[in-house]
Design a protein around this ligand. Structure first.
Ligand SMILES: O=P(O)(O)OC[C@H]1O[C@H](OP(=O)(O)OP(=O)(O)O)[C@H](O)[C@@H]1O
Ligand code: HPA
Ligand SMILES: [Mg+2]
Length: 184
């Protein structure tokens, strides 16, 4: 692979995993799938900040559904590792959840700890339904069960960046997705 394909963020190197085109194609498919599932109503799109902001912007438009958009912010990663404790920094607005069909949009489900912490809080707010969509899923890294409704790509248990995902704050604006190089 040409050295120029690699990306350096802080001290780490990352190599291409999913191209812009592959992501776009899959997001269009996910949008159609969401449209078919939620055709009858105006869902609330709840976007997990910061990581899901790029995926959600594309997915919401690809779905061609109307409905309100809200944001939640959780945080638990330091570098490439979860700290285990999931902080809810921005909770959802109650009126976007109660009696609503909620489409919860995540960039990645890795250990599953973020969803294990957040989903019970969301359920307590009495949504009519929850549809959990994630662009990326790492089944081999998952430590707890999470019921995921729609998955964009199943990937290996390696740290990834780009298309909203960061390594220590960097890399979110990369248009493609890159994975950590094993040896360099
Ligand atoms: O399944 P898990 O192991 O819990 O990992 C998934 C979560 O971790 C990342 O968020 P992070 O806490 O890094 O916050 P960020 O979205 O602001 O980067 C990612 O965006 C998911 O929300
Ligand atoms: O692989 C990852 N990359 C970026 N952020 C993340 N948050 C959980 N897993 C990841
Ligand atoms: Mg992060």
């Amino acid at each position: 692979m040409p050295a120029t394909d690699r990306v350096k963020l802080h001290e780490l190197y990352f190599q291409p995993l999913l191209s812009q085109e592959a992501i776009h194609q899959r997001v269009v498919e996910l949008g159609k799938e969401l449209h078919d599932r939620l055709d009858s109503g105006d869902p609330s799109f709840i976007i997990m900040l910061k990581g899901a902001f790029v995926f959600a912007a594309d997915l919401v438009r690809a779905s061609r559904l109307s409905g309100e958009i809200g944001f939640v912010r959780t945080s638990s990663y330091s570098g490439t590792e979860t700290e285990g404790e999931v902080r809810l920094l921005i909770p959802p607005e109650e009126d976007l959840i109660r009696n609503k069909d909620v489409v919860l949009i995540e960039d990645i489900i890795d250990s599953g700890l973020t969803m294990r912490s957040f989903l019970p809080k969301l359920r307590k707010m009495s949504p009519r339904s929850i549809t959990l969509v994630t662009l990326l899923h790492k089944p081999q890294a998952q430590r707890v069960d999470v019921a995921i409704d729609l998955i964009g790509f199943t990937i290996a248990p390696k740290f990834v960046v780009g298309y909203g995902l960061d390594y220590d704050g960097l890399g979110r604006q990369l248009p493609a997705i890159y994975q950590l190089e094993e040896a360099y």
